[in-house]
Design a protein around this ligand. Structure first.
Ligand SMILES: Nc1ncnc2c1ncn2[C@@H]1O[C@H](COP(=O)(O)OP(=O)(O)OP(=O)(O)O)[C@@H](O)[C@H]1O
Ligand SMILES: [Mg+2]
Length: 425
């Protein structure tokens, strides 16, 4: 944690265009754990109170930077989150409770001592929106053991919903030292060239945020025989389609309750100190989802720094719907637009893909959801008033919006809030 004066000095250097990499990193970390907010508008960046040693920047107090300076800071930070061609973004400053998942994934990627040679050449990681798939993939990319195990390095691509696969392949080409792929006339030609470049390489290929099986399949094709490939996606259907065997699919779980509370405590220490029971309730209501905890923790810390009570806010946040309109954490910044989406926008990425009728069914489920939200087939049949609920359940499960658990189906609390909001649209 950095103190106020150090952070202010780092920001001033960045604003003057004289920031060092250490400054960028310090500010980036503070941004990620929510101790700095970059807001837009006339009072773009301001330094406010000092919360238990943490730098706190937001709101209406002591303005230290004008818009232009704030923009310089913003650009410096964006440049920092967008590193060289084909390399992974930095690991967010605060990652809690992922040792076990990291260990599991490393083992799958062939790093286990007693299972030498039994490497899963392809692992797909799936999980709820905001559960931390991208985060764990960046942690793998920067992990010392991984770096040792793959001496030729790590290649990263984040595809998103509408990738330009050809240009992403050219980026990997550039990372491998050639611009030739930029001139490849077709995807087929680019695939052949990249395959040749990777043939003798021992690399880890990380393909993050896949929304169409075909997009990832291209990267699967170029994998050299000594490369491992890890793909992340929200959609179970995509994970299953790409995985050669069912056990090549890794379902990234939410945090344990203990770690979820630890995360909230790191983000809003004074609030967790003063309201331990309410915070535990909050963590439970948000079902330990990192995205929800990050946003809740940040909102609480902002409010507490104003010196205002948080009892009401704690209650509101438990409802989930309050979180939807909040901005996602700063590490979810859209590099193209330089803006951060709301939590609702992140969730809509999944539900916008549903056919209208299925989306309506999803929305109704939210309206009728018990707590915690699990349903059996009969209940869903009754809510939807259909003869056979299975095709709809299949589709929602396929899209990662329902999760089978012991004969029932679960919908995450944040998705329940999103479904309810869809009902009133
Ligand atoms: N273990 C963790 N500890 C603290 N914060 C975390 C952790 N995992 C994820 N986060 C934070 O939660 C947010 C969501 O994480 P991330 O973007 O990795 O999720 P995702 O599963 O990739 O989401 P999506 O489905 O939208 O791609 C990020 O702001 C990230 O920094
Ligand atoms: Mg992601």
């Amino acid at each position: 944690m950095h103190n106020l004066d150090e952070m202010k000095a780092a920001l001033e250097r960045l604003a003057a265009g004289k920031g060092t990499e250490a400054d960028q990193q310090a500010v980036q970390e503070a941004l990620q754990i929510g101790h700095i907010t970059l807001a837009s508008g006339t009072r773009a960046v301001a330094v406010g109170g000092n919360v238990t040693d943490a730098v706190f920047i937001s709101g209406d107090n002591n303005i230290v930077f004008n818009d232009e300076q704030a923009e310089t800071i913003r650009r410096a930070l964006v440049a920092y989150v967008a590193p060289g061609p084909g390399s992974a973004p930095p690991v967010p400053g605060l990652v809690i409770g992922r040792d076990e998942a990291l260990g599991d994934l490393k083992e799958r990627l062939g790093l286990s001592k007693d299972r030498a040679g039994a490497m899963q050449v392809l692992t797909t990681v799936r999980g709820w929106p905001g559960v931390g798939k991208t985060t764990i993939a960046t942690a793998l990319a920067h992990d010392e053991e991984i770096i040792k195990a793959f001496p030729d390095g790590v290649l990263w691509v984040s595809l998103g919903q509408k990738p330009n696969v050809l240009s992403e392949m050219a980026t990997w080409g550039r990372a491998l030292g050639t611009d030739d792929l930029l001139r490849a006339p077709t995807l087929k030609e680019a695939t052949a060239q990249l395959t040749a470049l990777l043939r003798k390489k021992r690399m880890l290929l990380l393909v993050d945020d896949v929304w169409e099986t075909e997009h990832a399949a291209t990267f699967q094709q170029v994998r050299g025989s000594e490369c491992a490939l890890l793909i992340t996606t929200r959609e179970a259907g995509i994970a299953n389609a790409l995985a050669p065997t069912p056990d090549a699919v890794y379902n990234l779980p939410v945090l344990t309750e203990k770690n979820a509370l630890k995360l909230l405590a790191a983000l809003a220490p004074s609030v967790v100190n003063q309201h331990p029971n309410e915070c535990l309730e909050l963590v439970r209501s948000l079902e330990c989802l990192p995205l929800a905890l990050q946003v809740a923790g940040h909102t609480l810390s902002v409010e507490a720094a104003m010196g205002w009570g948080v009892t009401e806010l704690l209650k509101d946040l438990r409802e989930g719907s309050k979180l939807l309109t909040e901005k996602a954490p700063a590490d979810r910044i859209d590099l193209e637009t330089g803006t951060t989406p709301t939590v609702a926008a992140l969730l809509k990425k999944s539900t916008d893909r549903l056919e209208e009728q299925i989306r309506e069914c999803f929305a109704y489920l939210g309206a009728f959801a018990p707590k915690p939200a699990t349903f059996d087939l009969a209940a869903m049949k009754a809510v939807w008033q259909v003869e056979d609920a299975r095709p709809i359940v299949r589709e929602l499960t396929h899209r990662g919006l329902l999760e089978p658990v012991g004969g029932r189906f679960q919908m995450h609390a944040l998705l329940v809030a999103h479904a309810r909001a869809l009902c009133t649209e």
